[in-house]
Ligand binder design. Structure first.
Ligand SMILES: [Zn+2]
Length: 85
């Protein structure tokens, strides 16, 4: 049993908890020169890591199946918004 972190309801025995992402933050990773090493010995080569951008998880919550569904729907709606559908 657990307490849902979104609606604060105590779960029924045997009810599954779901971990959902409630907050994301944009993240950028700078490129790093010679970070990727391939092989070993004298002829080993080091390649640059190009870096990039993406999202990091800022907050997670253990929630009940009902809230998980809602969160999933909200996520999908937000994604559609950001793409412009
Ligand atoms: Zn809940």
């Amino acid at each position: 049993m657990y307490r849902c972190q979104l609606c604060n309801r105590v779960s029924r025995p045997g009810e599954r908890a779901t971990k959902v992402v409630t907050e994301r933050r944009p993240a950028e990773y700078p490129s790093r020169g010679k970070a990727q090493k391939a092989g070993s010995g004298r002829r080993s080569k080091a390649q640059d890591d190009p870096g990039g951008a993406g999202y990091e998880i800022a907050k997670e919550a253990m929630v009940c199946p009902t809230c998980a569904q809602e969160q999933l729907a909200k996520d999908a709606a937000q994604e559609a918004d950001s793409i412009g559908i």
